[in-house]
Write a protein that binds this ligand. Structure first.
Ligand SMILES: Nc1ncnc2c1ncn2[C@@H]1O[C@H](COP(=O)(O)OP(=O)(O)OP(=O)(O)O)[C@@H](O)[C@H]1O
Length: 749
């Protein structure tokens, strides 16, 4: 590449940064001007001023976020007839125009940028050439060109695009946080990212094929392309654990997108943040559809028809109320087909009406005159009578999901009456102390219970619903205002709507959505989706009535006890057969020599993997140390020491099964002190000790797997768990074993 070309690109990109700085300055000045302005005294004026101040604050913030790798590509298009000979389009993280509104930089998500990711010599999509720009800070340090010459058709259709830039990014040491891949998205990934919003898209691929990266870029793409719809309905991203969410949380803001709801499986029921996992047998039972039926029976069993006449005293009058009267009121409630707590309103009303008629008849029979206007007072007497309250509550008690589920777990007799066909052992799995905190699998039960119970505090809920609806109206008005003001692209409707709020503190769409169990999201992205149980799928289907899902995962990596091993069975109940499958086939993370050993282990243990092609080799062969029981821990410490001598800067995970965690952590802490962390909380330390399950979805420069045979023996779906552990490495893999090597791992390499 000629140095003059590089210089030319440097100048162009320099100009883009100049434009970016001007925009920032302008936004900063507008912000200061708005802050200085003294609006008229009305509340409306002040809140408008604050709204605009916030617009400019956010704009300044957004323009700061995208400084890194502002422009990363250039397309040379086929010239149009009569047009200029050279047509160049630069691609970057945001769109920029000059003062005359001529585009200087295209946002990577606009349709015209598609060719940058997807063009090949065979299908150039109107492009003549593609150029990758690699930068350091604001400077361009390297350019790589691909010319689309139909004479030189690629022999390998799955060839890589921007190979130099891709390799530079793949071999870089990891920071413990996932970064965006916007400059090097590959064609098969781009097609998925830009796939239609509607319907359910399943993305299946082996480890390291970029499923998580693709899912997050797809969320950014959909938010950009369907801003109007999704900024009001929201996007939910579900990951398996809090540590995983921490790992991915910086990606969307770096793409200029905030305002999505990120939630782990333990956080999908508002007000509960479950972190503890159940043991496998319990998780498996709680994840099964059996439980949905149990919850339904449990709710119904809290509607208790009295069997005998009940005596009630109402303001000095004694009523002998036949069971039939209460039953009749209950029938009216059942006929309403509403959930328990809402139907209870109908039950109470019908019971009080029937009781007041009965009381009136009784008073008349004692010679009193009761006319219509007295009925109202009678009803009030009945409503407030202690005996009536007790009788009605006994028949139909208001219930919260938390109480119902806790009762199920803590009342063996009740559970037995609800599960006549279960075995004693099955019931034992559910029983536990009342105060025990909710587990991750309990969240789906709570949600199921909430579905059958409805809200307890009907008035409170109505207020919340009104608040959500007001928010939606604000967002619609904001979108219209943005169009009228001609400031499109400067702000999003969400930011402006924040400023429309008459009350001092009204939260963002994301906050409201996260706190509202009945919120209907516009799109849901589910990562590591193979881990979801049927009960967890039911919960997510309720949050997404339009069934607009992106589901990414690898059924071969399933390790949770109630996980899916086939997409069709996992999804059938929720979307039928109306889902489309895309597959990712290239492993960007793990070098080929590690993939080969990991796949050999999986195949030897009948784990049906999704084979993928590794894009690179690393210079380090898989290091296998076989040792004795007594020197196991010393060998682990030694393996860490050897690896740190290769690179002390990168990230390292030591993956062990539960039974060895404490010994390994203690020994490593003695040797490496504060550099050692454990579990999710230790992820930002240079050396972290994790169980295979905790390592799911993450990646490290170096991985040390301790006692692989024990992982297979001790963990449900242990061979799949070992396969996951081995494929976390981006550079080096070491194995330390004193208890024999599983089939597939060669003695020493
Ligand atoms: N096109 C790309 N350009 C640069 N890096 C990429 C690209 N695609 C994937 N990667 C990188 O490859 C690694 C693996 O990606 P990711 O974690 O998304 O894979 P995955 O399929 O979700 O893996 P697993 O199933 O093992 O969790 C990440 O570091 C990601 O940034």
């Amino acid at each position: 590449m000629s140095s003059s070309e590089l210089a030319r690109e440097r100048d162009y990109v320099h100009g883009l940064y100049h434009q970016l700085d001007s925009l920032r300055d302008a936004a900063q000045q507008q912000l200061e001007a708005v802050r200085r302005s003294t609006p008229g005294g009305t509340h409306q004026n002040r809140s408008e001023r604050d709204a605009f101040a916030r617009i400019y604050e956010d704009r300044v913030g957004q323009l700061r976020e995208i400084d890194e790798r502002l422009a990363f590509g250039r397309l040379e298009l086929e010239p149009e007839e009569g047009g200029p000979e050279r047509v160049l389009r630069y691609i970057g993280r945001i769109g920029l125009r000059d003062e005359e509104q001529v585009p200087l930089l295209l946002d990577w998500r606009v349709p015209q940028a598609r060719a940058f990711y997807q063009a090949t010599a065979a299908t150039p999509l109107g492009a003549r050439a593609r150029r990758h720009l690699q930068s350091r800070g604001r400077d361009i340090v390297r350019i790589d060109d691909e010319i689309f010459d139909s004479e030189i058709l690629e022999s390998d259709v799955a060839s890589l695009q921007g190979e130099a830039a891709l390799m530079a990014s793949l071999t870089a040491e990891r920071t413990g946080r996932m970064g965006d891949i916007v400059a090097t998205i590959q064609a098969e990934q781009d097609a998925i990212i830009r796939s239609d919003l509607g319907g359910t898209l399943v993305v299946q691929g082996g480890p390291g094929t970029g499923k998580t990266a693709v899912a997050l870029h797809r969320a950014a793409y959909l938010l950009y392309s369907h801003r109007e719809r999704l900024s009001t309905s929201g996007v939910l991203i579900v990951g398996p654990s809090r540590s995983f969410l921490r790992y991915i949380e910086a990606v969307l803001p770096s793409l200029g997108e905030t305002g999505v709801v990120l939630a782990s499986l333990g956080q999908l029921f508002p007000g509960v943040d479950a972190r503890r996992e159940d043991v496998d047998a319990v998780a498996s039972l709680k994840g099964s559809l059996e439980i949905a039926a149990l919850i339904r029976r449990a709710v119904r069993s809290r509607q208790v028809v009295p069997t005998t006449t009940q005596r009630m005293e109402i303001n000095g009058e004694i009523l002998d109320v036949p069971a039939e009267l209460i039953r009749g009121a209950m029938q009216k409630a059942w006929d309403s087909h509403k959930p328990h707590n809402l139907a209870r309103v109908a039950f109470n009303k019908a019971a009080i009406n029937a009781l007041s008629r009965m009381l009136a008849d009784q008073l008349r029979s004692h010679g009193n005159t009761i006319d219509d206007s007295d009925q109202k007072w009678l009803r009030e007497d009945i409503r407030t009578a202690h005996d009536v309250k007790v009788a009605l509550n006994t028949a139909w008690m208001p219930l919260s999901p938390q109480k119902l589920v806790n009762d199920l777990y803590a009342r063996p007799n009740w559970l037995r009456s609800l599960t006549p066909r279960w075995t004693h052992d099955e019931r034992q799995l559910l029983l536990r102390e009342r105060e025990a905190p909710f587990t991750v699998s309990d969240v789906a039960l709570l949600d199921e219970a909430a579905e059958w119970l409805g809200e307890v505090d009907v008035e409170h809920t109505a207020a919340e619903r009104e608040q959500s609806q007001q928010r939606k109206r604000d967002l619609e008005n904001a979108a219209a205002a943005i169009e009228n003001m001609g400031v499109e692209g400067m702000i999003d409707a969400e930011t402006l709507a924040d400023g429309f709020e008459a009350t001092a503190e009204r939260s963002s769409t994301a906050d409201i959505a996260a706190a509202d169990r009945s919120w209907a999201y516009g799109h849901i992205v589910v990562d590591e989706a193979q881990e979801l149980s049927p009960m967890q799928w039911r919960l997510l289907a309720r949050r997404n009535p339009l069934k607009s899902f992106t589901i990414v995962g690898d059924v071969a990596q399933a390790s949770a006890a109630a996980a899916a091993t086939r997409w069709d069975t996992a999804l059938a109940a929720h979307v039928g057969s109306a889902w489309r499958l895309e597959e990712l086939t290239i492993n960007y993370r793990t070098p080929s020599q590690i993939v080969a050993v990991a796949e050999a282990v999986a195949l030897a243990h009948q784990v049906s993997i999704t084979p993928s092609r590794a894009v690179r080799e690393s210079p380090w062969p898989v290091a296998v140390t076989t040792t004795t029981d007594g020197s196991r821990i010393a060998s682990v410490v030694e393996a860490v020491r050897v690896d740190r001598a290769i690179s002390a800067e990168g990230t390292m995970a030591v993956i062990v099964s539960d039974s060895l965690t404490t010994d390994v952590v203690e020994a490593l802490e003695r040797e490496f002190g504060n550099d050692v962390g454990e579990g999710a909380a230790g992820l930002m330390r240079p050396i972290v000790v994790l169980t295979p399950r905790e390592s799911k979805g993450l990646e490290f420069d170096s991985v040390i797997v301790v006692e692989p045979q024990r992982i297979i023996n001790e963990i449900a779906r242990g061979a799949a768990a070992l396969y996951v552990a081995m494929t976390r490495s981006t550079q080096r893999l070491s194995i330390v074993a004193s208890e024999g090597l599983p089939q597939g791992i060669p003695e020493s390499r």
